[in-house]
Design a protein around this ligand. Structure first.
Ligand SMILES: O=P(O)(O)OC[C@H]1O[C@H](O[C@H]2O[C@H](CO)[C@@H](O)[C@H](O)[C@H]2O)[C@H](O)[C@@H](O)[C@@H]1O
Length: 968
């Protein structure tokens, strides 16, 4: 399973009430939620996939709490939670996790926890980044708040802890706690609000009041605690109408929701403006696109195509939801805040925020897998999703392969440059990094050990399975969790290793799926599992023994820990899984027993847990052998494996994950903001210097500077606007305008030769054509060209082996293009080709091999664009040795750096020279400024020409002190 922020109704990764983490299933101990009904049979959400209990082999755990309390029900609407009622408000229970009386009071929210400052140095790296001017606030955006919420007009809202996402919620609790230096606000959708038909009076006191706390649960419960009443009702047909007063009441109740502040996002179908009521009707629409399209595709599940109208509608809802999140965050945001956005439901949010807050600090974390580009490219909205998330400054993934897939998609689908460190997108560098999430290991250990109920359950299980080895599996009901593969492998194990008959039992607990959009798929899994279990138990069981014990239900905290502790082997066979937190909890729970862990290599966890036995869940025989290996592993080996795993899980806990994510985000923000980020061209300064100068020189590269890069070189022709703008600029007698390109003479003549005022230089400085002349000067006339045939042979060799690549033959320079080849393979081949050229032609002749944009070029070393720039600076002085008073030089690739270098080496006063690279501010360059793309270059030329352009309003206002009339 993934640590993902799964929606309401989803099962928890652990389903655990956690006395240390108030937003887990421990409502009674939650610092602010006091009216949580903790009753047997109470509705806690759940999936209808479980509504037909008979489809699954139904057995009861030997430690079935039904002995003392109502037993587990097949209907998810009434699964058992009796232990919570016993514990509700119980000081003994609350004290169990509290080390001091003061801590207990804090847990009950009776006294606030002050933020410590003295002992946080190791987790507070803010001091190392003074340039960021951080406010100290983290705003976390996650799909839904950590509560399932019920409403009855005019009354306090009922908040029950939401299932799922335990690791993520633990991270939020940590951020809000006194152990973290941050001030934390959590922003999330309310989730599907249920209407509670039973009215009860609103408490006027705040949720954290002692009075309210002392009445925990029973008094405040929306339904009687005897569990006989109906659960909260779904919405009525005209929707749930929520008044302003009620909305404000919920916001107040959530103010101190997890120790920090929780701010709900209201996703409504309609507003009744007159009554100021929010109307909620089809509430599941907000999750449809994310769950049906993204969740499935990211887990390598291909949907059947939807009808176009429905697809447009779900996409529109997804967009709108992200937009409403952005609106809410903007209401809260102050400069210096860090915004951390979680998961696949909010992939558009980074860009929606960046559009409105260009300098905002954003980290994004994807909790589920990111598929390979071959799969991802099937998504119809593939561009929008990538562009959306690239609004972040840093994007984190659970494993290296997911980050690699993401970068590769950015290159293949958006054409952006990327490396393992990140993606250059829209003029900025977006860092890409790997942060496998952890669990709250200390809390897990505290809960799993020393609880008499757990010890009792362990004893009971051991008694029932005396003399037998216990294999434990605990998964969600979802085809990607690989439960059917597990059962098939177990069957093969029993066939292959008959010596284990009647000596081993598989206890498999399956809880409802995390997504609601896949009911059909879930039902298929249920049927398949049912058949397999019946077959295995029929073939290998007896009257007195059942080899597969299957439980389709949520577990109580005690049962869960008892099971993980008593296991001899943990078996996880997911076929796709972001991060499997059960495996991490299993490791903690095996502190004494040191049972081996069998772990699918398709789980994000596998990359971190090298001490586990890794299996391919599709290789059923291999899994069967792994089970035998685990069961027969000598004690010494078990200890060694376990101690590696245990050390890892303890050290890489959720607190470390949270700190590490923020620390790396700040490091990335600082490095890109300060150390080598190239500033955006100061248009006002440029305009001012332009106006003061009389002798002006312009040097423009062509591809990627005046025109955008396109797949086919012959299609990169200048637009009318480019031609008009250049013509106007060159028509000023004070301006010398040159195009200095790698293109050949024929291309430049054809597209720009008619502008007689332009100077042209072709093939990286091999040829020059002065303004008002039609004659090309060849600067390489006396050069030996015998290197060309050898270069062609080598290029030919790679062209034959790289599908889509081709050679562009010019008079002097030769270019090998791989833009139309597979980007990764093309890059690989170009590197090979480069090395090949260096060790052959490069040693024999005075030529330079240059890396261009998806190309390799070779030309004589002594001609280059820098030499042309030098000549022109000399040529365009006033003839008395005085240089030009204004130089603007623009280029986008490696070959243009020669011009920037030459300008740096010139004696020109720095404020007279504007060297500008076109591309990301993070690009390493000798230029002093940057512009994002060719359209910005044209906009800047228009500014100098005095034409109106929205992008230049600020510059004109600064220089002239007014906003141009045309813009008012
Ligand atoms: O010095 P430049 O004017 O920037 O020219 C450099 C090379 O540009 C052309 O190739 C590049 O642009 C193509 C069109 O956008 C693109 O398809 C290709 O991948 C790029 O490498 C041109 O074909 C070369 O001859 C120039 O040397």
């Amino acid at each position: 399973m993934s640590s993902s922020s799964v929606p309401e109704g989803a099962p928890a990764d652990t389903m655990l009430p956690n006395p240390d983490q108030p937003d887990d299933i421990h409502p009674a101990l939650h610092p602010s939620v006091t009216n949580v009904p903790v009753t047997p049979g109470v509705h806690l959400g759940g999936s209808s996939a479980y509504e037909d209990p008979k489809t699954i082999h139904d057995t009861r755990l030997p430690f079935d709490p039904a002995k003392a309390t109502p037993g587990p029900q097949w209907n998810a609407n009434s699964y058992f939670v009796p232990h919570k009622q016993e514990r509700a408000g119980s000081p003994t229970e609350a004290a169990a996790g509290a080390r001091t009386g003061e801590e207990l009071l804090r847990r009950l929210s009776l006294i606030p926890e002050p933020k410590k400052s003295h002992d946080l140095a190791d987790v507070d790296p803010r001091a190392a980044h003074p340039g960021l001017n951080l406010s100290g606030r983290v705003l976390s955006a996650t799909f839904a708040v950590p509560y399932s919420i019920s409403y009855s007009q005019g009354n306090d809202w009922d908040l029950k802890p939401r299932r799922g996402t335990s690791a993520l919620f633990d991270s939020f609790s940590y951020l809000a706690s006194s152990s973290s230096p941050w001030n934390h606000t959590l922003i999330g959708w309310t989730g599907e609000v249920k209407e509670n038909p039973v009215a009860r009076p609103a408490t006027s006191a705040s949720f954290s009041s002692a009075t309210a706390q002392s009445q925990t649960n029973k008094a405040a419960a929306p339904i009687p605690v005897n569990g006989k009443s109906a659960p909260p009702m779904p919405s009525t047909s005209d929707g749930i109408h929520i008044t302003r007063a009620d909305r404000e009441r919920l916001e107040k109740q959530l103010e101190k929701g997890h120790g920090g502040k929780i701010v709900p996002v209201w996703l409504t179908d309609e507003w009744d403006e007159e009554k100021d009521e929010a109307i909620l009707k089809d509430q599941s629409r907000w999750r449809r696109y994310a769950e049906h399209e993204l969740y499935n595709l990211f887990h390598y599940k291909m949907n059947q195509p939807d009808d176009g109208r429905a697809a447009r509608k779900t996409w529109a809802d997804y967009y709108l939801m992200n937009k409403l999140f952005a609106d809410r965050i903007l209401e809260l945001y102050s400069p210096g805040d860090i915004i951390v956005i979680h998961d696949f439901q909010l992939l558009l949010l980074p860009s929606l925020l960046r559009q409105r807050l260009p300098n905002v600090y954003i980290g994004f974390y994807l909790h589920i897998p990111f598929p390979s580009s071959e799969f991802y490219r099937c998504l119809s909205r593939r561009k929008e999703i990538l562009e959306g998330v690239l609004g972040a400054n840093m994007i984190g993934f659970q494993s290296y392969s997911y980050s690699r897939h993401f970068s590769s998609c950015c290159t293949r689908i958006l054409g952006f440059d990327s490396s393992s460190a990140g993606v250059d997108a829209y003029g900025a560098h977006v860092a890409v990094d790997v942060f496998p999430i952890g669990i709250d290991a200390a809390s897990t250990q505290r809960q799993a050990y020393g609880d008499p109920i757990i010890e009792e359950k362990i004893r009971a299980i051991r008694e029932v399975y005396a003399g037998k080895k216990i294999i434990v599996g605990r998964d969600r009901l979802d085809s990607v969790r690989g439960v059917t593969q597990k059962l098939q492998a177990f069957e093969i194990f029993l066939q292959k290793y008959p010596e284990w008959h009647e000596k081993v039992v598989l206890i498999q607990v399956t809880s409802p799926s995390s997504v609601q959009a896949n009911k059909e798929d879930d039902n298929k899994v249920v049927n398949k599992m049912s058949d397999l279990i019946a077959r295995i138990n029929g073939d290998y069981g007896s009257l007195s023994f059942t080899p597969v014990q299957h439980f389709a239900q949520y577990l109580s905290r005690e049962e869960y820990f008892a099971l993980l502790r008593v296991a001899d082997v943990g078996l996880i066979t997911s076929v796709r899984d972001g991060m499997n937190t059960t495996s991490l909890e299993y490791v903690i729970c095996q502190k004494d027993n040191q049972g081996p862990l069998i772990l699918s290599e398709f789980s994000g966890t596998a990359g971190s847990l090298s001490g586990a036995i890794h299996i391919n869940p599709w290789d059923l025989g291999g899994v069967a052998d792994a089970i035998n290996e685990a069961l027969t592993m000598p004690m010494e080996e078990r200890k060694k494996h376990h101690s590696d795993l245990y050390d890892h899980v303890k050290a890489n806990n959720v607190q470390a994950w949270t700190n590490n994510f923020l620390k790396r985000l700040m490091t990335n923000l600082s490095s890109f903001d300060q150390s080598f980020a190239t500033p955006a061209l100061d248009r006002a300064q440029l305009l001012s210097q332009y106006r003061q100068a009389k002798r002006r020189l312009f040097m423009f590269d062509y591809d990627g500077t005046l025109t955008p890069i396109v797949k086919d070189p012959s299609a990169a022709i200048p637009s009318d606007r480019v031609i008009r703008t250049l013509k106007t600029l060159a028509s000023d007698p004070n301006n010398a305008v040159w195009i200095i390109s790698g293109r050949d003479q024929a291309f430049l003549d054809e597209w720009m030769g008619h502008i007689s005022e332009l100077g042209l230089s072709a093939e990286h400085g091999s040829f020059m054509r002065y303004p008002k002349s039609e004659v090309w000067e060849n600067l390489t006339e006396k050069t030996d060209m015998s290197w060309q045939s050898e270069v062609i042979d080598i290029f030919q060799h790679y062209t034959e082996r790289t599908q889509g690549s081709f050679i562009e033959r010019k008079k002097i320079a030769l270019t090998w293009h791989y833009r139309r080849a597979d980007p990764e393979y093309g890059l690989f081949q170009s590197r090979e080709c480069h090395k090949h050229l260096e060790r052959t032609v490069g040693k024999k002749y005075d030529v330079e091999v240059m890396t261009g944009k998806a190309n390799l070029e070779v030309r004589p070393r002594f001609v280059n664009k820098g030499e042309i720039a030098k000549r022109l600076v000399e040529a365009y002085g006033n003839g008395d040795g005085e240089p030009p008073e204004f130089v603007l030089c623009l280029g986008d690739d490696f070959t243009d750096e020669d011009m920037f270098r030459s300008l740096r080496q010139s004696k020109l006063p720095p404020d007279h020279v504007f060297s500008v690279t076109v591309g990301a501010s993070s690009k390493q360059t000798l230029a002093s400024w940057h512009l994002v793309e060719p359209s910005d270059v044209i906009s800047v030329i228009s500014l100098l020409n005095g034409s109106a352009d929205a992008g230049n309003v600020g510059a004109v206002a600064v220089v002239d002190g007014i906003v141009p009339e045309s813009r008012l």
